[in-house]
Design a binder for this molecule. Structure first.
Ligand code: ADE
Length: 418
Protein backbone atom coordinates (compact mmCIF):
# COMPACT_ATOMS: atom_id res chain seq x y z
CA UNK A 1 0.00 0.00 0.00
CA UNK A 2 1.40 3.36 -1.05
CA UNK A 3 1.63 6.02 1.68
CA UNK A 4 3.91 8.87 2.71
CA UNK A 5 4.23 9.31 6.47
CA UNK A 6 7.00 10.23 8.90
CA UNK A 7 7.76 6.92 10.61
CA UNK A 8 5.81 3.65 10.70
CA UNK A 9 7.45 2.82 14.05
CA UNK A 10 5.22 5.46 15.68
CA UNK A 11 2.14 3.32 14.93
CA UNK A 12 1.77 1.64 18.34
CA UNK A 13 1.60 4.98 20.13
CA UNK A 14 -0.88 6.27 17.54
CA UNK A 15 -3.15 3.24 17.96
CA UNK A 16 -3.45 3.79 21.72
CA UNK A 17 -4.24 7.47 21.25
CA UNK A 18 -6.86 6.64 18.59
CA UNK A 19 -8.45 4.21 21.06
CA UNK A 20 -8.41 6.92 23.75
CA UNK A 21 -10.26 9.33 21.43
CA UNK A 22 -12.80 6.61 20.50
CA UNK A 23 -13.93 6.42 24.14
CA UNK A 24 -15.34 9.94 23.79
CA UNK A 25 -16.94 9.49 20.39
CA UNK A 26 -20.09 7.44 21.11
CA UNK A 27 -22.16 8.92 18.28
CA UNK A 28 -19.54 8.03 15.70
CA UNK A 29 -19.23 4.57 17.28
CA UNK A 30 -22.94 3.95 16.78
CA UNK A 31 -22.66 5.04 13.15
CA UNK A 32 -19.60 2.81 12.65
CA UNK A 33 -21.52 -0.21 13.97
CA UNK A 34 -24.45 0.45 11.64
CA UNK A 35 -22.14 1.14 8.70
CA UNK A 36 -20.37 -2.19 9.31
CA UNK A 37 -23.71 -3.98 8.84
CA UNK A 38 -25.34 -1.88 6.10
CA UNK A 39 -22.27 -0.83 4.05
CA UNK A 40 -23.90 2.37 2.72
CA UNK A 41 -20.65 3.51 1.08
CA UNK A 42 -19.97 0.23 -0.71
CA UNK A 43 -18.25 0.81 -4.03
CA UNK A 44 -17.42 4.45 -3.21
CA UNK A 45 -13.85 5.77 -3.40
CA UNK A 46 -13.48 8.57 -0.87
CA UNK A 47 -10.56 11.02 -0.74
CA UNK A 48 -10.29 12.96 2.52
CA UNK A 49 -8.19 16.07 3.15
CA UNK A 50 -8.50 16.60 6.92
CA UNK A 51 -6.31 17.32 9.92
CA UNK A 52 -4.71 13.95 10.63
CA UNK A 53 -5.64 13.52 14.29
CA UNK A 54 -6.92 10.73 16.54
CA UNK A 55 -10.49 11.88 15.87
CA UNK A 56 -9.97 11.85 12.11
CA UNK A 57 -8.60 8.30 12.40
CA UNK A 58 -11.89 7.24 13.99
CA UNK A 59 -13.79 8.87 11.13
CA UNK A 60 -11.62 7.16 8.51
CA UNK A 61 -12.26 3.82 10.19
CA UNK A 62 -16.01 4.51 10.16
CA UNK A 63 -16.00 5.32 6.43
CA UNK A 64 -13.99 2.21 5.69
CA UNK A 65 -16.39 0.09 7.74
CA UNK A 66 -19.15 1.67 5.66
CA UNK A 67 -17.65 0.05 2.58
CA UNK A 68 -15.70 3.00 1.13
CA UNK A 69 -12.17 2.76 -0.17
CA UNK A 70 -10.44 5.65 1.60
CA UNK A 71 -7.33 7.77 1.04
CA UNK A 72 -6.28 10.53 3.47
CA UNK A 73 -4.01 13.57 3.21
CA UNK A 74 -3.46 16.54 5.55
CA UNK A 75 -5.49 19.73 5.34
CA UNK A 76 -2.69 21.77 6.91
CA UNK A 77 1.10 21.32 6.79
CA UNK A 78 1.48 21.57 10.58
CA UNK A 79 -1.55 19.73 11.97
CA UNK A 80 -0.60 16.11 11.31
CA UNK A 81 -0.08 13.79 14.26
CA UNK A 82 2.64 11.52 12.87
CA UNK A 83 1.86 8.63 15.20
CA UNK A 84 -1.76 8.65 14.03
CA UNK A 85 -0.70 8.69 10.38
CA UNK A 86 1.50 5.66 11.09
CA UNK A 87 -1.28 3.75 12.80
CA UNK A 88 -3.73 4.52 10.00
CA UNK A 89 -1.32 2.87 7.58
CA UNK A 90 -0.26 -0.04 9.77
CA UNK A 91 -3.41 -0.97 11.68
CA UNK A 92 -6.26 0.42 9.62
CA UNK A 93 -4.87 -0.18 6.14
CA UNK A 94 -5.69 3.37 5.04
CA UNK A 95 -3.26 4.98 2.54
CA UNK A 96 -2.17 8.21 4.23
CA UNK A 97 -0.10 11.06 2.83
CA UNK A 98 0.80 13.48 5.62
CA UNK A 99 3.90 14.51 7.57
CA UNK A 100 3.88 17.18 10.28
CA UNK A 101 5.92 20.18 9.11
CA UNK A 102 5.79 19.27 5.40
CA UNK A 103 6.60 22.14 3.06
CA UNK A 104 4.18 23.69 0.58
CA UNK A 105 5.38 21.51 -2.29
CA UNK A 106 5.03 18.29 -0.28
CA UNK A 107 1.61 19.39 0.98
CA UNK A 108 0.34 19.65 -2.60
CA UNK A 109 2.17 16.47 -3.69
CA UNK A 110 0.26 14.68 -0.91
CA UNK A 111 -3.03 16.10 -2.17
CA UNK A 112 -2.11 14.76 -5.61
CA UNK A 113 -1.31 11.32 -4.15
CA UNK A 114 -4.60 11.30 -2.27
CA UNK A 115 -6.40 12.10 -5.52
CA UNK A 116 -4.70 9.15 -7.24
CA UNK A 117 -7.63 7.19 -5.76
CA UNK A 118 -9.82 8.83 -8.45
CA UNK A 119 -12.47 9.61 -5.81
CA UNK A 120 -16.24 9.55 -6.14
CA UNK A 121 -16.59 11.53 -2.90
CA UNK A 122 -14.32 14.22 -1.45
CA UNK A 123 -14.17 15.19 2.21
CA UNK A 124 -12.42 18.50 2.73
CA UNK A 125 -11.39 20.83 5.54
CA UNK A 126 -10.65 24.18 3.92
CA UNK A 127 -11.48 23.19 0.29
CA UNK A 128 -7.92 22.59 -0.94
CA UNK A 129 -8.95 19.22 -2.39
CA UNK A 130 -11.92 20.66 -4.26
CA UNK A 131 -9.95 23.63 -5.52
CA UNK A 132 -7.07 21.40 -6.71
CA UNK A 133 -9.59 19.22 -8.54
CA UNK A 134 -11.15 22.24 -10.23
CA UNK A 135 -7.85 23.94 -11.06
CA UNK A 136 -5.51 21.07 -11.91
CA UNK A 137 -7.28 17.72 -12.06
CA UNK A 138 -10.40 18.38 -14.08
CA UNK A 139 -9.83 14.98 -15.68
CA UNK A 140 -11.06 13.45 -12.39
CA UNK A 141 -14.24 15.48 -12.07
CA UNK A 142 -16.33 13.05 -14.12
CA UNK A 143 -15.93 10.40 -11.37
CA UNK A 144 -17.25 12.64 -8.61
CA UNK A 145 -20.76 12.37 -7.20
CA UNK A 146 -20.35 14.71 -4.24
CA UNK A 147 -18.32 16.06 -1.40
CA UNK A 148 -18.46 17.41 2.12
CA UNK A 149 -16.77 20.42 3.70
CA UNK A 150 -15.81 20.71 7.36
CA UNK A 151 -14.96 24.33 8.03
CA UNK A 152 -16.24 27.92 7.76
CA UNK A 153 -13.41 29.00 5.43
CA UNK A 154 -13.99 26.04 3.11
CA UNK A 155 -17.73 26.68 2.95
CA UNK A 156 -17.06 30.34 2.06
CA UNK A 157 -14.73 29.26 -0.78
CA UNK A 158 -17.21 26.67 -2.07
CA UNK A 159 -20.15 29.08 -1.95
CA UNK A 160 -18.02 31.54 -3.97
CA UNK A 161 -17.42 28.78 -6.53
CA UNK A 162 -21.15 27.94 -6.68
CA UNK A 163 -22.00 31.64 -7.00
CA UNK A 164 -19.63 32.01 -9.92
CA UNK A 165 -21.14 28.88 -11.49
CA UNK A 166 -17.82 27.00 -11.53
CA UNK A 167 -18.55 24.33 -8.88
CA UNK A 168 -18.76 21.04 -10.78
CA UNK A 169 -20.31 18.70 -8.19
CA UNK A 170 -22.57 18.99 -5.12
CA UNK A 171 -21.17 19.62 -1.66
CA UNK A 172 -22.71 19.31 1.79
CA UNK A 173 -21.62 22.13 4.14
CA UNK A 174 -20.99 20.13 7.31
CA UNK A 175 -19.74 23.28 9.04
CA UNK A 176 -23.20 24.82 8.90
CA UNK A 177 -24.94 22.06 10.90
CA UNK A 178 -25.95 23.21 14.39
CA UNK A 179 -24.31 20.12 15.89
CA UNK A 180 -21.10 21.25 14.21
CA UNK A 181 -20.60 24.97 14.59
CA UNK A 182 -22.37 25.52 17.92
CA UNK A 183 -20.01 23.07 19.60
CA UNK A 184 -16.88 22.49 17.49
CA UNK A 185 -16.36 26.13 16.49
CA UNK A 186 -17.29 27.57 19.88
CA UNK A 187 -16.25 25.08 22.59
CA UNK A 188 -13.72 23.19 20.45
CA UNK A 189 -11.82 26.23 19.17
CA UNK A 190 -12.31 27.99 22.50
CA UNK A 191 -10.59 25.28 24.51
CA UNK A 192 -8.04 24.05 21.99
CA UNK A 193 -6.80 27.55 21.14
CA UNK A 194 -6.08 28.27 24.79
CA UNK A 195 -4.47 24.81 24.96
CA UNK A 196 -2.23 25.69 21.99
CA UNK A 197 -1.27 29.07 23.49
CA UNK A 198 -0.36 27.43 26.77
CA UNK A 199 1.58 24.52 25.30
CA UNK A 200 3.56 26.88 23.06
CA UNK A 201 4.32 29.56 25.65
CA UNK A 202 3.39 28.40 29.17
CA UNK A 203 2.42 32.04 29.81
CA UNK A 204 -0.05 33.09 32.50
CA UNK A 205 -3.37 34.04 30.93
CA UNK A 206 -4.75 35.71 34.08
CA UNK A 207 -4.23 39.44 33.92
CA UNK A 208 -3.04 39.40 30.29
CA UNK A 209 -4.68 41.61 27.72
CA UNK A 210 -5.80 39.07 25.14
CA UNK A 211 -6.99 40.50 21.84
CA UNK A 212 -9.37 38.32 19.82
CA UNK A 213 -9.93 39.41 16.21
CA UNK A 214 -13.23 38.08 14.90
CA UNK A 215 -16.37 37.37 16.95
CA UNK A 216 -17.88 34.54 14.94
CA UNK A 217 -18.49 31.23 16.72
CA UNK A 218 -14.76 30.56 17.04
CA UNK A 219 -14.04 34.06 18.33
CA UNK A 220 -16.89 33.76 20.84
CA UNK A 221 -15.39 30.53 22.13
CA UNK A 222 -11.85 31.88 22.44
CA UNK A 223 -13.06 35.09 24.15
CA UNK A 224 -15.26 33.17 26.59
CA UNK A 225 -12.52 30.76 27.61
CA UNK A 226 -9.85 33.49 27.86
CA UNK A 227 -12.17 35.49 30.11
CA UNK A 228 -12.73 32.37 32.21
CA UNK A 229 -8.98 32.16 32.79
CA UNK A 230 -8.79 35.75 33.92
CA UNK A 231 -7.64 37.51 30.75
CA UNK A 232 -8.75 41.06 30.08
CA UNK A 233 -10.28 40.35 26.67
CA UNK A 234 -10.47 42.87 23.84
CA UNK A 235 -12.53 41.94 20.76
CA UNK A 236 -12.01 43.49 17.34
CA UNK A 237 -14.67 43.14 14.65
CA UNK A 238 -15.79 44.58 11.31
CA UNK A 239 -19.43 43.46 11.62
CA UNK A 240 -21.54 45.88 13.72
CA UNK A 241 -23.92 43.14 14.91
CA UNK A 242 -21.15 40.91 16.11
CA UNK A 243 -19.30 43.85 17.65
CA UNK A 244 -22.45 44.80 19.55
CA UNK A 245 -22.86 41.21 20.70
CA UNK A 246 -19.27 41.26 22.00
CA UNK A 247 -19.92 44.52 23.88
CA UNK A 248 -23.04 43.09 25.54
CA UNK A 249 -21.20 39.87 26.32
CA UNK A 250 -18.95 42.07 28.44
CA UNK A 251 -15.86 42.49 26.26
CA UNK A 252 -13.98 45.66 25.35
CA UNK A 253 -14.39 46.36 21.64
CA UNK A 254 -12.13 48.68 19.64
CA UNK A 255 -10.30 48.87 16.29
CA UNK A 256 -7.35 46.49 16.06
CA UNK A 257 -4.91 49.34 15.52
CA UNK A 258 -5.89 50.68 18.98
CA UNK A 259 -5.75 47.24 20.58
CA UNK A 260 -2.30 46.74 19.02
CA UNK A 261 -0.69 49.03 21.58
CA UNK A 262 -2.20 47.34 24.66
CA UNK A 263 -2.37 43.63 23.80
CA UNK A 264 -0.12 41.02 25.38
CA UNK A 265 -1.49 38.14 23.31
CA UNK A 266 -3.25 38.37 19.93
CA UNK A 267 -5.40 35.64 18.39
CA UNK A 268 -6.99 35.91 14.95
CA UNK A 269 -10.14 33.96 14.09
CA UNK A 270 -11.63 36.06 11.31
CA UNK A 271 -11.33 33.81 8.24
CA UNK A 272 -10.01 36.82 6.33
CA UNK A 273 -6.57 37.86 5.06
CA UNK A 274 -4.17 40.59 6.19
CA UNK A 275 -5.92 41.25 9.50
CA UNK A 276 -2.75 41.75 11.53
CA UNK A 277 -1.07 44.11 9.07
CA UNK A 278 2.33 45.78 9.04
CA UNK A 279 0.91 48.81 10.85
CA UNK A 280 -0.57 46.61 13.57
CA UNK A 281 2.68 44.67 14.06
CA UNK A 282 4.63 47.94 14.19
CA UNK A 283 2.44 49.27 16.99
CA UNK A 284 2.67 46.19 19.22
CA UNK A 285 4.42 46.25 22.59
CA UNK A 286 7.79 44.61 23.09
CA UNK A 287 7.11 40.93 23.85
CA UNK A 288 3.70 40.70 22.20
CA UNK A 289 2.61 37.14 21.34
CA UNK A 290 0.75 36.58 18.09
CA UNK A 291 -1.17 33.48 17.07
CA UNK A 292 -3.77 32.51 14.50
CA UNK A 293 -6.61 30.05 15.07
CA UNK A 294 -8.36 30.61 11.74
CA UNK A 295 -8.00 28.06 8.96
CA UNK A 296 -5.27 29.80 6.92
CA UNK A 297 -2.19 31.69 8.15
CA UNK A 298 -3.02 34.59 5.80
CA UNK A 299 -4.83 36.32 8.70
CA UNK A 300 -1.38 37.48 9.81
CA UNK A 301 0.74 39.43 7.33
CA UNK A 302 3.87 37.40 8.02
CA UNK A 303 5.80 38.82 5.03
CA UNK A 304 5.24 42.30 6.53
CA UNK A 305 6.47 41.10 9.92
CA UNK A 306 9.59 39.75 8.22
CA UNK A 307 10.08 43.08 6.47
CA UNK A 308 9.89 44.95 9.79
CA UNK A 309 12.41 42.62 11.41
CA UNK A 310 16.16 42.65 11.50
CA UNK A 311 16.53 39.10 12.87
CA UNK A 312 14.56 35.99 13.82
CA UNK A 313 15.28 32.95 15.92
CA UNK A 314 13.36 29.97 17.19
CA UNK A 315 13.27 30.47 20.94
CA UNK A 316 11.28 27.34 21.83
CA UNK A 317 9.11 24.87 19.99
CA UNK A 318 6.36 26.70 18.09
CA UNK A 319 7.70 30.13 19.12
CA UNK A 320 9.68 32.29 16.68
CA UNK A 321 11.12 35.54 18.00
CA UNK A 322 11.14 38.42 15.52
CA UNK A 323 13.33 41.34 16.55
CA UNK A 324 12.11 44.45 14.77
CA UNK A 325 14.41 47.15 13.44
CA UNK A 326 13.11 49.36 16.28
CA UNK A 327 14.37 46.80 18.80
CA UNK A 328 10.97 45.45 19.89
CA UNK A 329 10.42 41.69 19.90
CA UNK A 330 7.31 39.93 18.65
CA UNK A 331 6.69 36.23 19.24
CA UNK A 332 4.91 34.41 16.40
CA UNK A 333 3.41 31.06 17.38
CA UNK A 334 3.26 28.00 15.12
CA UNK A 335 4.32 29.94 12.01
CA UNK A 336 0.87 31.53 12.08
CA UNK A 337 -0.80 28.16 11.37
CA UNK A 338 -3.85 27.13 13.40
CA UNK A 339 -2.34 27.23 16.87
CA UNK A 340 -4.78 24.69 18.31
CA UNK A 341 -3.56 22.01 15.90
CA UNK A 342 0.04 23.15 15.44
CA UNK A 343 0.99 23.33 19.12
CA UNK A 344 -1.81 21.27 20.68
CA UNK A 345 -4.00 18.36 19.51
CA UNK A 346 -6.96 20.21 18.04
CA UNK A 347 -10.48 20.05 19.43
CA UNK A 348 -11.30 17.44 22.03
CA UNK A 349 -12.91 14.21 20.87
CA UNK A 350 -16.24 15.02 22.54
CA UNK A 351 -16.95 17.82 20.06
CA UNK A 352 -15.30 16.11 17.08
CA UNK A 353 -17.73 13.24 17.75
CA UNK A 354 -20.56 15.48 16.52
CA UNK A 355 -18.61 17.10 13.69
CA UNK A 356 -17.50 13.74 12.33
CA UNK A 357 -20.90 12.13 12.84
CA UNK A 358 -22.10 14.90 10.49
CA UNK A 359 -19.30 14.03 8.07
CA UNK A 360 -20.10 10.30 8.06
CA UNK A 361 -23.86 10.81 7.71
CA UNK A 362 -23.38 13.47 5.02
CA UNK A 363 -21.18 11.10 3.03
CA UNK A 364 -23.93 8.49 3.33
CA UNK A 365 -26.50 11.12 2.28
CA UNK A 366 -24.36 11.93 -0.78
CA UNK A 367 -23.95 8.28 -1.72
CA UNK A 368 -27.72 7.71 -1.51
CA UNK A 369 -28.98 10.96 -3.06
CA UNK A 370 -26.42 12.26 -5.51
CA UNK A 371 -28.60 11.60 -8.53
CA UNK A 372 -31.09 14.17 -7.24
CA UNK A 373 -28.54 16.87 -6.38
CA UNK A 374 -27.27 19.83 -8.40
CA UNK A 375 -23.81 21.44 -8.39
CA UNK A 376 -24.58 23.52 -5.31
CA UNK A 377 -23.61 23.79 -1.66
CA UNK A 378 -26.29 22.00 0.41
CA UNK A 379 -26.96 22.23 4.15
CA UNK A 380 -26.77 19.09 6.27
CA UNK A 381 -30.34 17.74 6.31
CA UNK A 382 -32.15 18.85 9.47
CA UNK A 383 -33.02 15.23 10.42
CA UNK A 384 -29.31 14.38 10.55
CA UNK A 385 -28.57 17.36 12.80
CA UNK A 386 -31.43 16.52 15.19
CA UNK A 387 -30.52 12.85 15.28
CA UNK A 388 -26.90 13.67 16.19
CA UNK A 389 -28.01 16.01 18.99
CA UNK A 390 -30.33 13.32 20.39
CA UNK A 391 -27.64 10.63 20.16
CA UNK A 392 -25.07 12.92 21.80
CA UNK A 393 -27.38 13.61 24.73
CA UNK A 394 -28.08 9.88 25.06
CA UNK A 395 -24.33 9.22 24.98
CA UNK A 396 -23.93 11.71 27.84
CA UNK A 397 -26.72 9.99 29.79
CA UNK A 398 -28.90 13.11 29.70
CA UNK A 399 -32.66 12.80 29.33
CA UNK A 400 -34.94 15.65 28.26
CA UNK A 401 -38.68 16.36 28.39
CA UNK A 402 -41.12 15.73 25.56
CA UNK A 403 -44.03 17.89 24.40
CA UNK A 404 -47.45 16.69 25.53
CA UNK A 405 -50.11 16.34 22.75
CA UNK A 406 -51.78 19.51 24.13
CA UNK A 407 -48.51 21.44 23.93
CA UNK A 408 -47.92 20.22 20.40
CA UNK A 409 -51.42 21.40 19.43
CA UNK A 410 -50.89 24.76 21.16
CA UNK A 411 -47.70 25.38 19.23
CA UNK A 412 -49.58 24.88 15.97
CA UNK A 413 -52.50 27.11 16.93
CA UNK A 414 -53.12 30.86 16.96
CA UNK A 415 -56.50 31.25 18.71
CA UNK A 416 -55.34 31.38 22.33
CA UNK A 417 -53.86 34.76 23.31
CA UNK A 418 -53.87 37.11 26.33
N1 ADE B 1 -10.19 20.44 13.63
C1 ADE B 1 -10.06 20.96 14.86
N2 ADE B 1 -9.75 20.01 15.75
C2 ADE B 1 -9.69 18.84 15.09
C3 ADE B 1 -9.42 17.51 15.47
N3 ADE B 1 -9.17 17.19 16.73
N4 ADE B 1 -9.43 16.58 14.51
C4 ADE B 1 -9.68 16.91 13.23
N5 ADE B 1 -9.96 18.14 12.81
C5 ADE B 1 -9.96 19.11 13.73
Amino acid sequence: MKSDIKDIKLAAKGRLRIEWAARDMPVLKGIRERFAKEKPLKGMRLAACLHVTTETANLMDTLKEGGAQVHLCASNPLSTQDDVAASLVKHFGIPTFAIKGEDHKTYYRHIGQCLSLRPNITMDDGADLVSTLHKERQDLIGNLVGGTEETTTGVIRLKAMAQEGVLRYPIVAVNDAYTKYLFDNRYGTGQSTIDGLLRATNRLIAGSVLVVSGYGWCGKGVSMRAKGMGARVVVTEVDPLRALEAVLDGFMVMPLIEAAGIGDIFVTVTGDAGVVSQKVFAKMKDGAIVANAGHFNVELDIPALKKLSKSTRKIREFVDEYTLKNGKRIYLLGEGRLINLAAAEGHPSQVMDMSFANQALSAEFMARNYKKLENKVYPVPREIDEKIAALKLAGMGIKIDRLTPEQRRYLKSWETGT
